[in-house]
Design a protein around this ligand. Structure first.
Ligand SMILES: O=C[C@H](O)COP(=O)(O)O
Length: 223
């Protein structure tokens, strides 16, 4: 199961990459725009933090196939190695995905809301599809079921395309996505912090320390 960070916050990426095992970073135009500096510099810095085997997913902003292809080739050439170009599953996007994957440029098909869109992206050659779990839930859909259906379709028809589930509001969605068989999730800072912590863990550890100190009267951490 791969866990990626859905952010362009350099400090957060660096800190998290130092402490936990993460498998890459995903961005989109909204995420990059928040940084308010040149997006190429931001992506370059993220690429430097990540070791070579970790994946960087960067999204195009154009909506016309020709321009999407131009942008994708730029991203591919600039951030060589494990770069996946995120392309939305609009009609012009499918056209670009087909063109680019035939030329060995790796694509993550994004803004996926239905299993049918995922199927069409897989047929076009996408390496990953990114269904938006919480955005599906927000329109009274069931994001987890959409992911589960995509996983089943890909397994049934032997597609190599993997599911990189995105858009999460809570860790329960992530747990269910794991159980549904998705290969990867991308998680924002807020939800990521809840993946590894629990107040009762902190309480338990503090109690152990206090009990120890009561008996032995030593400052444990001072040495
Ligand atoms: O790139 C897409 C994002 O992962 C969507 O996440 P969001 O719904 O939390 O903005």
């Amino acid at each position: 199961m791969k866990i990626l960070l859905d952010t362009a916050d350099i400090d957060f990426i660096r800190k998290t990459n130092d402490t936990y095992v993460i498998d890459g970073v995903t961005t989109n135009p909204s995420i990059l725009a928040k940084q308010k500096i040149d997006y190429v510099d931001v992506l370059q810095e993220i690429r430097c933090i990540l070791s070579d085997e970790k994946t960087l997913h960067a999204q195009v902003v154009n909506q016309d196939a020709e321009k999407i292809i131009e942008e994708a080739e730029f991203l591919h050439n600039t951030f060589q190695g494990n770069i996946y170009v995120k392309i939305p599953v609009i009609p012009e996007g499918y056209k670009a995905i087909k063109y680019l994957t035939e030329r060995n440029i790796k694509v993550t098909a994004t803004a996926v809301f239905t299993p049918q869109q995922a199927l069409m992206a897989a047929k076009a050659g996408a390496s990953y599809v990114a269904p938006y779990v919480n955005r599906i839930d927000n329109i009274s859909g069931n994001g987890v079921n959409v992911v589960a259906d995509i996983v089943t379709i890909f397994q049934t028809y032997h597609f190599q395309t993997q599911v990189l589930a995105a858009s999460f509001k809570n860790t329960e969605q992530i747990q269910k996505i794991c159980l549904a068989g998705a290969q990867a999730v991308t998680v924002n800072e807020d939800v990521f912090s809840k993946l590894f912590s629990h107040p009762l863990t902190d309480w338990s550890v503090n109690t152990f320390t206090e009990d120890w100190q009561k008996t032995y009267g030593q400052k444990i951490m001072s040495d």
